[in-house]
Design a protein around this ligand. Structure first.
Ligand code: PLP
Length: 401
């Protein structure tokens, strides 16, 4: 293997995460470019008909069609797998494509899923609406208590599906306990790790089987493209997931993969810097507003657990004020922080989940999850934290807080 073009996984696997995030998976062309190339091609050509046949028979290495493989996309998959400490990764066109594929590729009519009740609105829609339509039973539980997963087990339970910290209530799930219950009962645990990314939390280290991502969030990190990823064992990715995604086509574009590759180069730096800033902002809000939900603060009921399984608590947290009118009033008074429902961006963004990200789930489900009318969710970006605090201070004063 030429040093300028190839990588040896035996070597790259031993790199530390910050190094992997910049160099992992790089596969240079014959030009030896330093930054990854974008291969915007849908197809590939062959030297002879026999080669084409051999590629399709998989007796010859190489690519056949970009719904199946693409060099730029493959670099990102290798990079995410290395960072995650996973054997394999497949990227998808969005986080929801990743969640849908991670579930549907392994579930059939008659199976049962246990899911954390506090979840991203679309993840709840998969569990509450889509899966039951195909004869897949689902139960939602308070994932803060691992015993609720054990209690919900049935003979046909195939999958546990949850996120930690959860969007937007910041519920923390005990990864070791819940994934342990899954292993002991032949259940596959699927963890949505979008809020943390492997820079802050590696669920596989705590016994998770499959880790799925919205790479739209911290991995891109600059609010540019939609992307998703599923990581796990080689057997799960190649034998269970691959036929589903190759034939249904939720494929990530090479251009978007390239943008996320660039984002990954600064992931470690951003995730830690934004985590530090988020703690500072949360400390400012504590005492000034009725309730702050931030797993990095000692006031969070699951602070110790969060710190056991996370390197840092991440850029996102929630807080509560008095009802929808005051929450909307605070958003309208902001002059720097944008009203936006995205997260993981280098820009600070705030949203009112009950009327945006969680407007699609019923009021009952919102109450059950703990999404109150006065809850606001803040993504703390990379701006000077003093400017963010100044903006919040003047906006809070405008609504009488
Ligand atoms: C954003 C998000 C998703 C969906 O990802 P998209 O890239 O928007 O499709 C799934 N889960 C969580 C926790 C998210 O924050």
């Amino acid at each position: 293997m030429k040093k300028s073009t190839g990588q040896n996984r035996e070597i790259t696997r031993n790199w530390r995460p910050a190094t992997q995030a910049i160099r992992g998976g790089t596969a240079r062309s014959e030009w030896g470019e330093t930054s990854e190339a974008i291969f915007l091609t849908s197809g590939y050509s062959y030297d002879c008909a026999g080669d084409a046949a051999a590629r399709f028979a998989r007796t010859q290495d190489g690519m056949t069609y970009s719904r199946l493989q693409n060099p730029t996309v493959q670099m990102l998959e290798e990079r995410i797998a290395l960072l995650e400490g996973a054997e394999a990764c497949r990227t998808m066109a969005s986080g929801m494509a990743a969640m849908t594929a991670a579930l549907l590729c392994q579930l059939s009519q008659g199976d049962h899923v246990v899911a954390g009740r506090a979840a991203f609105g679309s993840c709840r829609w998969l569990v509450d609406t889509l899966l039951p339509r195909f004869g897949i039973e689902t139960t939602t539980v308070d994932a803060r208590d691992p015993q609720t997963f054990a209690d919900a087990l049935k003979p046909n339970t195939k999958v546990f599906f949850f996120e930690t910290p959860a969007n937007p209530t910041m519920d923390v799930v005990d990864l070791e306990a819940v994934c342990g219950i899954a292993r002991a009962n032949n259940v596959v645990s699927v963890v949505d790790n979008a809020f943390a990314t492997p820079a802050l939390q590696r669920p596989l280290d705590f016994g998770a089987d499959v880790v799925a991502y919205s790479a739209t969030k911290l991995m891109d990190g600059q609010g540019r493209v939609l992307a998703g990823a599923v990581t796990g064992s080689k057997a799960f990715i190649e034998e269970t997931l691959l036929s589903f995604t190759r034939n249904t086509g939720p494929t990530l574009s090479a251009f978007n993969a390239w943008v996320v590759l660039k984002g990954m180069e600064t992931l470690d730096l951003r995730a830690h810097r934004q985590s530090e800033a988020a703690i500072e902002v949360a400390r400012f809000l504590e005492g000034r507003v009725p309730r702050v939900l931030h797993p990095g603060l000692p006031s969070h009921p699951q602070h110790a657990l969060a710190m056991k399984q996370m390197d840092a608590a991440g850029p996102i947290f929630a807080f509560e004020i008095e009802g929808r009118a005051q929450a909307h009033g605070l958003l309208d008074a902001l002059t720097l922080i944008d009203i936006s429902n995205n997260i993981g961006d280098a820009r600070s963004l705030m949203t009112h989940p009950a009327s945006t990200t969680h407007a699609g789930v019923s009021e009952d489900v919102r109450r059950d999850m703990g999404v109150s009318e006065g809850m606001l969710r803040l993504n703390v970006g990379l701006e000077d934290v003093r400017d963010l605090i100044d903006d919040l201070d003047q906006a809070l004063r405008q609504v009488g807080l």
